[in-house]
Design a protein around this ligand. Structure first.
Ligand SMILES: [Zn+2]
Ligand SMILES: [Zn+2]
Length: 239
C-alpha cells in the first residue's frame, strides 16, 4: 500500500517543529541574557549559536516536504483527491468515503452506478467487479460482467437452483502459493484486514473467513477467491 504524501510530509513538519520551537525560545532567552547581564555574555553567545543551528535544521526539515513526490488519485465515487508518494499498484482506500478505489493496470478503473432493485439504494461497481451485493440490503444486483465470470457463475447456479436462506460460512481451503498477490489483495478487500493479517490467515488453511452470510454472497466471494487462483468452500454454517 503506497504511503499517503500527507503522512510523509507530516513527518518532516514535525521534525522541523521539534527543532524550531525550542530554537526560538532559546534565542529569545539568549538575547535577554545578552542585554541584561554583563556576567553571562559568553553563555548568551553559546546559547545563540545552539538556537540558530536548531532553527536552521528545522528550516531544512521543512524544506524536505517539497521533495515529497505526489501521485494524485481522484476517487471515482466521491471525487475527493488522494495523494500518495508513489503510483498505487493495488486498490487504495479513499480518505473521503472509505471505499476502495479500484486500480487497474496503474490507473483508476472505470466505475459505474446502479440502483438496487430491492431497496433503491445507489451502489457502485467497477470494471474489476465480478459481482455486486447491495451495500444496504445484501441483495444481489445484476451487473454486466466479463464472459469468463459469467461462465463461472453459470456453473455455480446449476448447483444453487433452489433458494437457500440458511446462513453460510466461507472457508478458505487453498491459496495457490505463499506469494499470491492477487489473492492477498482480494482477501484484504473482502475482510477489511491489513496485509499481514491476511498473510497469517493464508498460512493456516483451511480457515474460516466469514460466517453467517447469505448463500449468494458466500458463493460470490468464493468466485472472487477462485479468480485470484485460490480455493474456497461455501457451506451452510452450523446453527
Ligand atoms: Zn471517495
Ligand atoms: Zn438494496
Amino acid at each position: 500500500m503506497p504511503q499517503r504524501s500527507s503522512d510523509a510530509k507530516e513527518v518532516f513538519v514535525q521534525r522541523g517543529l521539534v527543532a524550531i520551537v525550542p530554537g526560538v525560545i532559546i534565542l529569545v532567552l539568549a538575547i535577554v541574557l545578552m542585554v541584561y547581564s554583563e556576567t553571562f555574555r559568553a553563555l548568551a553567545v553559546v546559547l545563540m549559536v545552539i538556537a540558530l543551528s536548531a532553527i536552521v535544521y528545522g528550516i531544512y526539515e521543512f524544506n524536505l516536504t517539497r521533495g515529497v513526490t505526489t501521485f494524485s488519485v481522484v476517487c471515482p465515487f466521491c471525487q475527493s483527491s488522494n495523494s500518495f508518494t508513489e503510483e498505487p499498484r493495488n486498490d487504495v482506500r479513499c480518505e473521503g468515503c472509505q471505499r476502495a478505489i479500484p486500480i487497474l493496470d496503474g490507473r483508476v478503473a472505470q466505475v459505474f452506478q446502479v440502483r438496487c432493485g430491492f431497496c433503491n439504494e445507489l451502489n457502485f461497481y467497477s470494471e474489476k467487479s465480478t459481482g455486486l451485493i447491495c451495500e444496504s440490503c445484501d441483495h444481489e444486483i445484476p451487473i454486466a460482467v466479463s464472459e469468463q465470470v459469467a461462465a463461472a457463475r453459470a456453473t455455480m447456479d446449476v448447483y444453487t437452483a433452489k433458494e437457500d436462506d440458511r446462513p453460510f460460512d466461507l472457508i478458505l481451503t487453498g491459496v495457490g502459493g505463499p506469494h499470491n498477490e492477487a489473492l492477498i489483495s482480494t482477501l484484504q478487500h473482502m475482510l477489511a484486514l491489513n496485509r499481514n493479517q491476511v498473510k497469517e490467515i493464508m498460512q493456516s488453511t483451511p480457515s474460516l473467513l466469514l460466517s453467517g452470510i447469505p448463500k449468494r454472497k458466500a458463493e460470490m466471494l468464493r468466485t472472487q477467491i477462485v479468480q485470484s487462483k485460490g480455493s474456497a468452500e461455501a457451506r451452510p454454517g452450523s446453527p
